[in-house]
Design a protein around this ligand. Structure first.
Ligand code: SF4
Length: 417
């Protein structure tokens, strides 16, 4: 345990002057102690004596102080830090009954704040140690969890497995039940994948007709349009035309955490649940895996093997009117485009590139949208792209950076955006 005086001095200073500028230092210092990392700077003042005991390596005294504080009402603004710290201390002191009590109180707190998904995750943790606990069942009812929706996942690939992982994890495990996978390859049919049976389309159609499958979700990467279209066509031929869905690529790949973070910057109350991610298929139109429209042909770099021959291209930009017209036509043809990459030439040379991002997002709310760039102009970081960055954040658009030399060497510095 490191010297506790520095943190306690900071907390005392914060208590005397209410100086919010100290918060960063306090949080930094709290995060170094695993038991205290859950405490906010503002609550550190309220929990000073508990923190002091923890810093002096006296966990039992810290837990006694937690119970002493509970004799009075815990102020609303400190309740979360208090309940989390209480759980940590009960675990550290191996006081199981206290740990369960504070966990349940924390679930009630989250439900009261309408943070249902978080509450369901804590309920799931607790269910593992108390599988038949009646109070937990009541808390689940309070969370509004009713009968789960039965789903079938079509296509056996890394995306369907990821979907399965999300469905069996809280909070989704209370809302969805994975009934089966479906794949056409004979060698798979009748087998199990991570405990879930694999059916062929005819068998799936039977379950669907009998109402034993509520939603059919097609998991695909978007890199093979023909494979994807064939899957939807086969479903249609088998009479599975309604209640067919897919999910955007970011829901099933490494971008999930980033998208969750960026969406919550703008819409903190928005939940990134499977429900909100599902895209309903429109069988009367096609689905497109991947498209890469070119905003302009010329570039500020000249790679020897440029696939668009940009080093030879005359400067010139696609007009917004043309872009809008093309996007409208795409919308008529396709109910969903899995991945949409606006490319060039160098896209950042286009004066209306931000508007192109907005137009695309308006037309395809669920597409995986990215702007291709060689990144050279970003390295200057002179503020000229601040407006574009905001538009990209608001419209969930990422950069796809082709890290050619010399961008490759500056790639690390680009992460600050
Ligand atoms: S950066 Fe890209 S578009 Fe520009 S010349 Fe190189 S390959 Fe072509």
């Amino acid at each position: 345990m490191s010297d506790p005086s520095e943190l306690l001095e900071l907390i005392d200073k914060r208590a005397e002057s209410n100086e919010i500028s100290l918060d960063h230092l306090i949080v930094q210092r709290l995060s170094r102690e695993p038991l205290l990392a859950c405490v906010t700077a503002a609550s550190a003042v309220f929990l000073r004596e508990v923190i002091s005991a923890v810093l002096n390596d006296n966990k039992q005294a810290a837990l006694d102080e937690i119970f002493r504080l509970s004799e009075d009402e815990i102020p609303e603004e400190h309740a979360e830090s208090y309940l989390l710290l209480a759980q940590n201390l009960c675990a550290a002191c191996e006081y199981a009954d206290g740990w369960v009590m504070f966990k349940k109180n924390y679930i009630l707190y989250l439900l009261d704040k309408e943070r249902v998904d978080e509450a369901l995750v804590v309920i799931s943790d607790l269910e593992e140690v108390l599988p038949d606990d009646d109070e937990l069942k009541l808390l689940l009812e309070q969370a509004g969890v009713s009968e789960p929706i039965n789903v079938a996942v079509v296509g056996l690939n890394q995306y369907s497995e990821e979907l399965q992982r999300r469905i069996v994890r809280a909070p989704e495990k209370y809302r969805y039940k994975l009934v089966c996978f479906c794949d056409e390859k004979e060698e798979y049919v009748g087998q199990y994948l991570n405990g879930t049976m694999i059916l062929d389309i005819k068998q799936l159609a039977k379950l669907y007709r009998r109402g034993e499958v509520d939603k059919v979700i097609v998991a695909f990467s978007g890199f093979s349009t023909s494979k994807t279209s064939n899957t939807f066509r086969r479903l249609e031929r088998a009479g599975i035309t309604d209640r067919v869905f897919t999910v955007p690529p970011w829901y099933l790949d490494g971008a999930y955490d980033y998208v969750q973070y960026s969406i919550q910057q703008f819409e903190p109350e928005k939940e990134l649940s499977l429900d909100s991610a599902l895209i309903r298929a429109d069988m009367s139109r096609a689905v497109l895996g991947f498209i890469m429209p070119l905003s302009n042909m010329h570039c500020n770099y000249s790679c020897k093997s440029c696939v668009t021959a940009s080093p030879l291209a005359e400067p010139g930009f696609m007009s917004l009117a043309s872009y809008r017209r093309d996007i409208e036509r795409l919308k008529e043809l396709y109910w969903h485009i899995c991945r949409f990459r606006i490319s060039g030439g160098e896209t950042l040379l286009h004066p209306d590139i931000a508007e192109m991002v907005k137009i695309t997002r308006d037309a395809f709310p669920s597409t995986g949208l990215a702007l291709q760039t060689n990144g050279l102009l970003l390295l200057k970081n002179d503020g000229r792209f601040d407006g574009l960055f905001n538009v990209m954040r608001e419209n969930r658009c990422g950069f796809q950076i082709s890290t050619y030399k010399p961008v490759f060497y500056g790639a690390m510095s680009l992460t600050r955006f």
